[in-house]
Structure formats: structure tokens, C-alpha cells
Design a protein around this ligand. Structure first.
Ligand code: SF4
Ligand code: SF4
Ligand code: FES
Length: 213
């Protein structure tokens, strides 16, 4: 039988299975922590979005909850000023490279960026950061998918589900730094055909960066 560990999160005590991921345990118990890149079955977590910060009593400074494995009783705070500062700064950074056009966006009202901004009680704005956009605004080179780099939050979920579904990889990250995008690696007619019956990447995207044509 799996050993259970008690975690205090803010003012709530929850029981978590030893070895479970802290973010996963919080979410499973109805404690929302902003997150974009976490996937239940990916270990170690990608930890790329830098939004899921919490403070843990025994540790100095905020840590991403998705990088913590519950091995012993923990006292966790999800709402300290330092946590909120990091989360708001992380969101603004994402929005500084994001075309904010919710009214015409297919993700409107189901978008994770909107959910996070609402939770943090901030507008969908990049604050004082200047906005920068990638060109071209749409990659339509795939026969059944369109990719919008200026909506993509580079969470990596599409790349992961693509690898999990297909023996040959269709999606991968391409380029570097600011120019990083999701691209179609060695796309052949066979792979494009596999996409026709799949679309797992478009389904898992937390925004509207990958859409069926
Ligand atoms: S992806 Fe989300 S935040 Fe971006 S334009 Fe669409 S609805 Fe708005
Ligand atoms: S296309 Fe969507 S799922 Fe893929 S990295 Fe961008 S935001 Fe994440
Ligand atoms: S969900 Fe933890 S860093 Fe993205």
C-alpha cells in the first residue's frame, strides 16, 4: 500500500501519496496554482513556464511546485507576496510576446492565459514590457494544422503528446531563444496522414496556437 504524507497548503491539510508531485497533489485537492507546462505523466517535469511557484517552510525562496516530489510532511504557501510577484512577472513576460486578440481568438473563454490573469487579478497586459512578435504570424505549411507563433507559450505539451502518439516525431521545437517555435520536423506525406486522424497536439494546447485547418 502507498504511504500517505500530510501536507498543509495555506490553511488546508491534505493527504498525498508519498512520491506524488506537489502541483498534482494540490490540483487534485482543488487548490489551484497557475501552471501551463505541467503534464501528469512527464517526469521530471519540464518546468519551463515558471508560473507554479509556491513557498515551502523548510526551503528558502519560492520553488516551482511541479519540481517538488512529496516525500515528507510539508508546509506550503501558495499566496505569498514573493510567489505572486514571480507569477505576475512570468505572465507579463509571456504576454510581451503574445498577440492579445481574445475577441477573435478560438481559445476565448477556455484559454489558460485568461484563467491565470483572472486568478492573479491582473489584466491581460505585458505591463511595462515592450511587445515583440515573430514573423510570419502563421505557419500554414502543414496540410491539416495551422501554427500561430505569437500565441504559443512554448509549454511543450504538443511536442510531448506527439512523441507519445507516434513512433516518428512530427512536432518539435525549432530555432532558439526569442525565435523558438514549434515546427514540423521532416514532415512526409505518411506523417501528415497520421496527423489527419490524430490532432492530439491541437487538443492539448492551452491557448490557440495549434489549430486544425
Ligand atoms: S490565446 Fe488566450 S490570451 Fe491569447 S488571444 Fe487567445 S484567448 Fe486571448
Ligand atoms: S503550440 Fe500550444 S501546446 Fe504547443 S508549445 Fe505552443 S502553446 Fe504549448
Ligand atoms: S507548471 Fe511548473 S513550471 Fe510550468
Amino acid at each position: 500500500m502507498t504511504e500517505s504524507v500530510s501536507i498543509t497548503v495555506d490553511d488546508k491539510t491534505i493527504a498525498a501519496a508519498k512520491g506524488v508531485n506537489l502541483l498534482s497533489a494540490c490540483l487534485a485537492n482543488g487548490i489551484y496554482i497557475p501552471h501551463l507546462c505541467y503534464m501528469e505523466n512527464v517526469n521530471p517535469a519540464a518546468a519551463s513556464c515558471r508560473l507554479c511557484f509556491v513557498e515551502i517552510e523548510s526551503r528558502s525562496g519560492p520553488v516551482p511546485a511541479c519540481t517538488v516530489t512529496v516525500e515528507e510532511p510539508l508546509s506550503v504557501r501558495t499566496d505569498t507576496p514573493a510567489v505572486r510577484r514571480l507569477q505576475k512577472a512570468g505572465l507579463q513576460l509571456l504576454l510581451s510576446v503574445h498577440r492579445i486578440e481574445c475577441r477573435i481568438c478560438p481559445a476565448n473563454r477556455r484559454c489558460e492565459l485568461q484563467r491565470i490573469a483572472k486568478f492573479l487579478k491582473v489584466g491581460l497586459k505585458p505591463g511595462k514590457l515592450a511587445q515583440r512578435f515573430k514573423q510570419p504570424e502563421i505557419d500554414s505549411s502543414h496540410p491539416c494544422l495551422n501554427y500561430y507563433p505569437n500565441r504559443c507559450v512554448l509549454c511543450g505539451k504538443c511536442v510531448h503528446v506527439c512523441r507519445a502518439q507516434h513512433r516518428d516525431v512530427v512536432l518539435t521545437f525549432a530555432k532558439r531563444g526569442f525565435d523558438t517555435v514549434v515546427g514540423y520536423y521532416g514532415l512526409s506525406d505518411n506523417l501528415a496522414h497520421a496527423c489527419q486522424d490524430c490532432r492530439a497536439c491541437a487538443d492539448v494546447c492551452p491557448v490557440a496556437a495549434l489549430l486544425s485547418k
